[in-house]
Design a protein around this ligand. Structure first.
Ligand SMILES: [Mg+2]
Length: 172
């Protein structure tokens, strides 16, 4: 089986130790949008997420990478004043290649943070950058995500049988 085990697993983006990431040399945080930074039902950014990103912007380059369209991402980018890529087609790494070049980064300086193994984490694994997995903020997914969640559950079950990685067992 392909390696899907994220480098970090936390409940949400609010639980990640960003100081530790900075100490490890991370300079660019790539955030997934839906169910990572915001709920599907939130057309704009929540205050909590905005406060976090505002703080993180002082130290890191922040880029939102979403498989959703431009209409979905634009209010978030305007609100947060960060860069972003829509229609990223994760697990394709194309968007990561672009961001690496645009900001003159090394792979060791990048981490992708998201709520889906089959898109966010797989893109990071393929591109060989650090990966952080979080639980989805909400219960609702896009219909297209249903199949990915089904496969994701099977993968997590395999890992948890080996005692490697299971839902709710966080590590950093
Ligand atoms: Mg997501």
């Amino acid at each position: 089986m392909r390696d899907f085990k994220p480098d970090i697993y936390q409940n949400s983006i609010f639980d990640i130790n960003y100081d530790k990431l900075y100490q490890k040399g991370i300079r660019c945080l790539l955030f997934d949008l839906d169910n990572t930074l915001g709920l599907y039902s939130e057309p704009t950014c929540s205050k909590e997420a905005k406060d976090l990103i505002t703080k993180l912007k002082k130290k890191f380059t922040i880029v939102i990478v979403t498989n959703s369209g431009k209409g979905r991402i634009t209010p978030y980018l305007e609100d947060l004043g960060v860069d972003g890529i829509s229609w990223a087609f994760k697990p394709s790494c194309k968007s990561l290649v672009k961001i690496k070049a645009k900001y003159h980064l090394t792979k060791k300086e990048m981490i992708i943070i998201g709520d889906q193994l089959m898109t966010d984490i797989l893109a990071g694994k393929k591109f060989k950058i650090m990966t952080a997995f979080v639980n989805p903020l909400g219960k609702r997914d896009l219909p297209v995500t249903g199949l990915n969640r089904f496969i994701e559950n099977k993968i997590i079950n395999k890992y948890s049988k080996k005692g490697d990685f299971e839902r709710g067992k966080y590590y950093e």
